[in-house]
Design a protein around this ligand. Structure first.
Ligand code: ZN
Length: 225
């Protein structure tokens, strides 16, 4: 490291063989001054270096902005943690912390993550192909999970099924999404576990931007691998 006035100066090279006077900007005096190149102070700085290239486990030909690369690495690092969906307790477990959901909320979250787990996209990291359109919400999958929680002959399940097969599912979904997200955010703010929407040709699909390999279903598996 070199002191600021010499930093990035086109006439200053380290090490400078011949002492010469160069015009530099003096930040304290706030003006240009002449300084001898010998006045440059060189300090060795320790810069931490962490090799994360291998965490960018996708096609490097894809042009990604710096921000996107950082995000991709963050998502990759997330894989070290498992996101567990615990059917028996209708809870989300992540990094030893728990979000308790109602059976309805849990079943919605389950269906979204089941879709993510079944995604055919090899690079399903920032992938929204596996997101679902609430208007085409897979009610039958959702009902299957609810039956696991409330029992096959539950009247509550029957009523919900009736409601979802006869009326529009969008507003129902959005209300539940907000409730789920506020519960998740109260425990895991900034951990990317909340349900997000992605605009797609005029309609919006919803899902969770987690790495599919980290999702584990405890107590019950649905259709995908
Ligand atoms: Zn996907």
């Amino acid at each position: 490291m070199v002191n600021p006035s010499f930093e990035n100066h086109p006439e200053f090279f380290f090490p400078s063989k011949i002492d010469k006077n160069i015009m530099v900007y003096d930040a304290e005096a706030k003006k240009m001054v002449v300084k001898k190149s010998q006045e440059a102070e060189i300090k060795l700085a320790e810069i931490p270096f962490v090799r994360l290239r291998d965490k960018l486990n996708w096609d490097m030909d894809k042009k990604l902005s710096f921000k996107e690369q950082v995000q991709a690495v963050e998502y990759s690092l997330q894989q070290n943690y498992c996101l567990e969906l615990d059917l028996e307790n209708t809870s989300i477990v992540y990094q030893d912390r728990v979000v308790k959901l109602t059976p309805l909320e849990f079943s919605i979250y389950f269906v979204l993550l089941d879709s993510k787990k079944g995604c055919n996209n090899k690079e399903c990291i920032r992938c929204a192909k596996c997101f679902l359109n609430p208007r085409e919400f897979p009610v039958e999958n959702f009902i299957l999970i609810l039956k696991k929680i409330w029992g096959n002959w539950s009247l509550r399940v029957e009523n919900i099924e009736k409601r979802l097969t006869t009326k529009d599912t969008l507003s129902w979904f959005l209300q539940n999404k907000s409730r789920i997200n506020s519960k998740i955010n109260s425990v895991f703010k900034g951990k990317h576990l909340e349900i997000v929407g992605k605009k797609n040709y005029g309609s919006t699909t919803y899902g969770v931007f987690v790495v599919k390999e980290q999702v584990k279903f405890k107590g019950f598996k649905l259709f995908s691998n």
